[in-house]
Each structure stands twice: as C-alpha cells, then as structure tokens.
Design a protein around this ligand. Sequence first.
Ligand code: GFB
Length: 314
Amino acid sequence: MSGSPYSLSGKRIWVAGHRGMVGSAIVRRLAAENCAILTATRDVLDLTRQQDVESWMNETKPQAIFLAAATVGGILANDTRPTEFLTDNLQIQTNIITTAHTIGVEKLMFLGSSCIYPRLAPQPIHEDALLTGPLEPTNAWYAIAKIAGIKQCQAYRREYDRDFISCMPTNLYGPGDNFDLQSSHVLPALIVKAHNAKIQNAPSVTLWGSGSPSREFLYVEDMADACVFLMKHYSEAEHINVGFGSDLTIRALAERVCKIVGFKGTLIYDTTKPDGTPRKLLDSERLHKLGWQPSVDLDEGIAKTYAWYLEHAR
Ligand code: GFB
C-alpha cells in the first residue's frame, strides 16, 4: 500500500478495452471520479500494432491506464484458439506497457485472471501460489500471456521505478458479457440455455462437463469498483487477487440460474466437454485488509445480468 492515494481527479485516464465487459464497467465507474476518460475504438486503434499504439498514446498522452483490453473467452474458446489467446494478448499488453514507460505514464493497472495459478493450487489461492506448479491445460496459453503481463509490470517497476500494478480477478459476469454459446463463459451460457429452454418448453438444458468443478463469481460492477479502489490505494510489485469470497459447483450454479430465469426442467451433462480446473477460489484477504469488499451477491448479480440480457443481448 502506498503512502498517499493516487488521485484520479483532473487526470486523463485511458480505459484500454472500453467496449469489453470489464472496460465498459470501469468507464461507468469512472464517471464519479472527475477525470477525463480516453477511449479508442478498434477501427481507430488496433492494439496489436505497436506503431499505432505508440502514435495514439503519444498524441493523447494518458496519465493513467486501466489495461482491460484482451482477447478473452470461456473454456472452449481458450482450448481451441491458443494462437489468438497467447499472441494477441502478448502483443496488446506489450505494446501498451512499453509505450506507457516511454511516455512516462504515472500509473498503469494490468488486469489478469485467476487462471494464472497452478491447476491444483491450494485453496483458497493466495498470491504466493503463482508459478509453483503446472497450469490448467485448457487455458495455459491465456495464462502464460497474463503471467508475462505481471512480470512486465514488475520489471518496469524494478528497473525504472514505474508505478505499474497488476490485479487478478476471479471469474467475472454481468452487463456487457458475451452470450455467444461457443465462446462465452459458463454463467452467461447458462442464462441463454435456461432462457431458450424456458421459452421453447424444452424438457432439459445441457451443460458442459460433469458439473462438479467449482467456480467463484464476481459481478463486474464490483470488479470495476475494486479496480478504481486499487488504482488509488495500491502500489506494490506483487499482483493482488480480486475475488468474491466463496464459490459453488457448476451444478449448483446451474440450479440457481434456472430458478432465477424460471426454467423448471432437468439438467443434462455433456462429459465429452472439458471440466477445466477443479476449483479456483481466490484468497482475497490482502484486498479486504486494504478496505474493499464486494457488494452484489450472486442471486442479485444473476438477476441483473438476466435483465440486461433480455434488454440488450437477446
Ligand atoms: O466459464 P468457463 O468457460 O471457464 O467454464 P473456466 C467453467 C466451467 O463451467 C467448466 C462448465 O467446468 C465448464 O465445463 N460449463 C458447463 C460450461 N456448461 C457450460 C457452458 O455452456 N459454457 C461454458 N463456457 N462452460 C476460463 C478460462 O476457465 O475462465 C479463461 O478458460 C479465464 O482463461 C476464465 O481464466 C475466467 O473457469 O473453466
């Protein structure tokens, strides 16, 4: 924790990835911070092109950056598109972090993922578990890119005294999520499946895997609030976990989603699809000790996300 908080007031703040679920939530959260928010759409700026990133950043001169831009997806997308998940993410983060150093950005936050930890890390997963064992194969490509991002921030910090920090969110969900069944994460997929089954009067919905893995879910508005909190109050080399505090099995999650959506049929498990990591509950004690807690519980978050889906994404 740094001595005095980093003030966002009056600053030019770039939210890289502002069209994504997390980036757009950070933009909404920053509206309360009296800062100038910088954004660039994909047709204006291709983040995988170093020259373009350098030119854009030299022109706009952000003072702080939330690096929420990334190629992301659920278990199947990760497992079947390894090149994109590794290369795009390495390019995007390298271009932004290196240019942030050359133009003297005051503060940068890199957003990672809980999949950086070993597949069989002791639970709940403390930050110290990084690089202590083999990764989960379904998302190792993405995890390697995210681990590199943490190390890039630490390297600039150590060698050039840059205030670059990293936070590792647990599985996120909420407004702006991806509801495409092939590439989405489990929670939005379950909302779509339960909703479609309800309106078609189908007898069952089919889940991927055995339903026995556990996951922890954090509502994206809470994540955005934690990001702003950490930007102001956190300034250490070590990455910091951002979790909800408890987890549940995919089977239990599916039952809760079905109840909220109003689908009363049965659940079927397609065990030809991967389970992924058996469990990844983050230890968020360090964040809680700094004074931040989530405020949206899972049932409320699912209900809000379903309402958003009905209004925007269906
Ligand atoms: O959310 P998810 O795709 O990603 O899957 P991970 C979580 C669990 O839900 C797995 C099961 O055990 C899936 O097999 N599942 C059941 C389903 N039904 C479905 C379904 O219809 N769709 C999906 N997507 N899953 C990702 C990583 O891992 O988590 C990323 O691949 C990233 O790298 C992200 O870290 C947060 O939690 O397994």
